[in-house]
Ligand binder design. Structure first.
Ligand SMILES: [Zn+2]
Length: 141
């Protein structure tokens, strides 16, 4: 039990260091890549969601009018199926904004797939605030 906790904590510390290293050039504009999305999805899944998340069914890099990212649910009433698409912008102000946005959209995925929640910015959503803080991330609207 104790050992398990230690491993977990060390992973959080390692992840935090990695994020710091990755965002040290805070002024540099960031260009989104599928590779970064894939890598950080894995890292956040482990450090924030205990690996509970299934991947998004699809990932798109596109211009977004409202907000800086989106977790879009597509429902087929005919087939009775639903799937989730992550939409990220082609560019961000800096890498930190990219990471905050990706982690934010992953909380929405967690709400809707694991908790069967509305996926609104509600209490459940903001219950991740401290976990984000531990990684130097910021959870906001
Ligand atoms: Zn949101």
């Amino acid at each position: 039990m104790i050992k398990k906790t230690r491993i977990k904590d060390s992973y959080i510390v390692r992840t935090k260091k990695r994020i710091l290293r990755d965002t040290v050039d805070s002024e540099a504009k960031y260009t989104t890549t599928f590779k970064d999305i894939r890598n950080y999805f894995k890292i956040f899944n482990k450090s924030l969601f205990k690996n509970a998340l299934n991947s998004f069914n699809n990932v798109k890099i596109k211009r977004i009018v409202r907000g800086s990212g989106q977790c879009v649910e597509y429902i087929s009433y005919r087939k009775g199926t639903n799937f989730f698409v992550l939409e990220m912008m082609p560019k961000y102000k800096n890498k930190m904004e990219f990471l905050n946005t990706l982690a934010h959209e992953m909380v929405h995925l967690w709400q809707q797939t694991i908790k069967k929640d509305t996926g609104n910015h509600n209490k459940l959503f903001f219950s991740f605030r401290n976990k984000f803080k531990r990684l130097n991330l910021k959870l906001s609207y």
